[in-house]
Write a protein that binds this ligand. Sequence first.
Ligand code: ZN
Length: 68
Amino acid sequence: MGDEGMKKEEQGTHICMVCGELRPMSAIKTLKEDVSEAHGSPPGTMYINVRYCADKKECHDAAPEVQV
Ligand SMILES: [Zn+2]
């Protein structure tokens, strides 16, 4: 019940879901991808957030194809 329980992973960082690198939040963009159809749901009901490096073209290009 101390302060230790409040600790999270490193703050201000995200892992790119394309290349797997840990990046500062400022270098990460989020793509909201509609995955409703893949799950048999009406469009617009299910989304995943794909995080990728904003400064890497290959990550940006591959982000829509990331499977979660
Ligand atoms: Zn990346």
